[in-house]
Design a protein around this ligand. Structure first.
Ligand code: G1P
Length: 289
């Protein structure tokens, strides 16, 4: 029996050093693309895929992220008194039902694998999605929904993948692939951040996963990998051969918002999707090319 996918873990403890000074006193996940913080895109994408329970793996200085999904009573009553209905609706969109969010702390930056392991009590025995809010996906069907569909089809782990230039394999988790069936590719191996000459392919994992809880057993050993961190990729690799494991060439475009240029590109791409501003954006862009 394939268990329903209802849980998501969102690691948000990162220091955001690539965005200093903006992230000196503010969580990088609160940086907006157009007018919505990165974390809200991730939560909305997960909810569209049927996720109902969220675990934010936070660290010091990240409370604004949790507040963002709360009820903002004072703001709501002020907006109501001023009959600002559209703005009120925007506030409500950024509100999660009671009990839908829990937080755990990752006290030390020991890696993505360690962050996921910190959520072990939340995950329990259930399948779960992971969304890394730095990765933003623009697609017809929300990326996590595409992964969920593939999970219900295969009953195992599914990671969203995309091709990257060979010289960039050392930035990502890279797949060793077997049989391909449409958008689904069989995963035969996984390597975290291999040098281009060692990479088994140029198919990289983006920050969207559906994983089986067995990954926690491997994470609990706290073995260090690339960068001397506890790597999620290494623990996932140990599941290959024990549970179905696929990569999904998702439909859509990924923007790496952990990178300044990627973040700027996301602003443009998402702004051009907004009818109320697309024209103005397109016309000012002409001044720069
Ligand atoms: C993490 C993962 C990596 C994955 C990437 C996607 O790396 O470790 O396998 O390809 O996210 O964004 P990080 O970006 O944390 O270095």
């Amino acid at each position: 029996m394939i268990k329903p996918l209802r849980k998501a873990v969102l690691p948000v403890a990162g220091l955001g050093t690539r965005f200093l000074p903006a992230t000196k006193a503010m969580a990088k996940e609160m940086l907006p693309v157009v007018d919505k913080p990165l974390i809200q895109y991730a939560v909305e994408e997960a909810r569209a895929a049927g996720i109902q329970q969220f675990c934010l793996v936070t660290g010091r200085g990240k409370t604004a992220i949790v507040e963002h999904f709360d009820i903002a009573y004072e703001l709501e009553s002020t907006l109501r008194a001023r009959a600002k209905d559209a703005e009120l609706a925007l506030l409500r969109e950024a509100q999660l039902p009671p009990g839908a969010v829990v937080t755990v702390r990752q006290q030390e930056p020991l890696g993505l694998g360690h962050a996921i392991w910190c959520a072990r009590a939340f995950i329990g025995e259930d399948p779960f999605a992971i969304l890394l809010p730095d990765d933003l996906v623009l697609s017809e069907t929300p990326c996590t929904m595409q992964l969920a569909d593939a999970y219900y089809q295969t009953g195992g782990c599914v990671v969203a993948v995309t091709e990257v230039p060979r010289e960039q394999t050392n930035r990502y988790g890279i797949l060793d692939i077997g049989h391909e069936d449409g958008r689904l590719v069989e995963v035969r191996g996984l390597v975290e951040k291999p040098r281009p000459e060692d990479a088994p392919s140029n198919l990289s994992i983006i920050g969207r996963y559906v994983l089986m809880p067995q990954v926690l057993e491997h994470l609990s050993r706290m073995e260090r990998g690339a960068g001397n961190e506890v790597q999620l990729t290494d623990a996932m690799a140990k599941l290959i051969g024990h549970v179905p494991f696929h990569g999904l060439r998702f439909e859509g475009r990924r923007f790496d918002c952990g990178d300044k240029v990627g973040f700027l590109e996301a602003q443009i791409a998402f702004a051009l999707k907004r009818p109320e501003m697309a024209g103005a954006v397109r016309s000012f862009l002409k001044n720069y090319v």
